[in-house]
Design a protein around this ligand. Structure first.
Ligand code: SF4
Ligand code: SF4
Length: 137
């Protein structure tokens, strides 16, 4: 089994189709929606994790593309806007991997190599200077 992240862009004509249900029913895939901007009759965007066998993932993505949905496999990372950070330390209290820490100088540091992408810091930052970034592979 493998988990990938995909960004799907729907043409207006496809936003009312339950394609995620088809991914479960016909391709044995498990999905976890990370971000959605879908409005019937308008162009839409959906980012989600898909879990399944290599073959089922490939077949499911081929199905989506056959429905004229643009599918891009993406990588996810956490971005810290250090210039806007006030070094309050709130994010360090929730970070489970010590990727975020306050130094003896009272300044926050971010060790990306320790980050497990749980996104708790994004939710905890009062200034929203931690963010999730998606890049196309
Ligand atoms: S919670 Fe936000 S403002 Fe506070 S230290 Fe963390 S990133 Fe900086
Ligand atoms: S995403 Fe999770 S592990 Fe990574 S820096 Fe934020 S709180 Fe720490």
């Amino acid at each position: 089994m493998k988990t990938i992240k995909v960004m799907m862009r729907f043409p207006a004509s496809q936003t009312d189709k339950p394609v995620t249900s088809y991914l479960v029913r016909d391709y044995n895939l498990v999905f976890n929606i990370l971000q959605a901007q879908i409005h019937p009759g308008m162009r839409g965007e959906l980012t989600m994790e898909l879990t399944g066998s290599e073959e089922d993932l490939a077949n499911g993505i081929a199905f989506l593309r056959g429905e004229h949905i643009e599918v891009v496999v993406v990588s996810r990372s956490i971005v810290w806007d250090c210039d806007s950070c006030v070094h309050c330390g709130a994010c360090t209290a929730v970070c489970p991997s010590a990727a975020l820490s306050l130094g003896s100088d009272g300044l926050l540091s971010f060790d990306e190599s320790k980050c497990v992408l749980c996104e708790l810091c994004v939710k905890s930052c009062p200034l929203s200077v931690m963010a999730v970034n998606y890049t196309e592979n």
